[in-house]
Design a protein around this ligand. Structure first.
Ligand code: 5GP
Ligand code: MG
Ligand code: MG
Length: 176
């Protein structure tokens, strides 16, 4: 049990389960990108731990870039949502693998899709450590999903609750 900002979270996904899920994804990436040189595109902040583990398990040549999308204010997708950190190098024509911590409604991915199209990236795949299929409203294919979960709020392994909890090495869910 961990308490973050007065909310109690209980153990949900162990370190071992996370490691196994990432190993499975990376095994597929090693096979699928055997003769390519992918650019891993890590979506900050949440995916930093996932990114690190994928990189360690990926055995071929690869490149890495980071993006950070501005957050939504209310329900409106303002200019802020497209604010970026990184993406200064050209991605045109590259094989991009997006690394996400979690895909929920798919709103973030949809924004990223727009940005990548503007950068003339037509070939990208999506790898996410966690995926909430029952919440997903997007049209973008999730190519590599590590662990599917129902509509629970989770923290740990990069994921925060109001800024805290990212350094937890396992994943916890909000206690109901
Ligand atoms: P989407 O745009 O797919 O709806 O949501 C993606 C973003 O919402 C994630 O990158 C993450 O920041 C946040 N998010 C969605 N579900 C959770 C969750 O269960 N826990 C935490 N900590 N963040 C979440
Ligand atoms: Mg994310
Ligand atoms: Mg967050």
């Amino acid at each position: 049990m961990v308490k973050i900002h007065d909310i109690v979270f209980e153990p949900y996904v162990s370190e071992e389960e996370i490691d196994t899920a990432i190993a499975k994804i990376t095994e597929r990436l090693n096979a699928d990108y055997e003769n390519e040189r992918p650019v891993f595109l890590s979506v900050l902040n949440g995916s930093f731990m996932f990114t690190s583990e994928v990189m360690k398990k990926f055995k071929r040549e690869c490149d890495i870039q980071f993006v950070k999308l501005g957050s939504y204010e209310g329900t409106e997708s303002t200019g802020d949502v497209r604010t970026l950190i990184g993406l200064n190098k050209s991605l045109a024509g590259k094989k991009v693998v997006i690394l996400e911590d979690i895909v929920d409604t798919g709103g973030t991915l949809q924004e990223l899709d727009k940005i990548l199209k503007e950068k003339n990236v037509s070939d990208y795949k999506v790898a996410t450590l966690f995926y909430k299929p029952s919440m997903y409203r997007g049209s973008i294919k999730i190519d590599y999903a590590g662990i599917e979960i129902p509509n629970e709020f989770i923290v740990g392994y990069g994921l925060d609750y109001d800024g805290l909890g990212r350094n937890l090495t396992a994943v916890y869910k909000r206690k109901s």
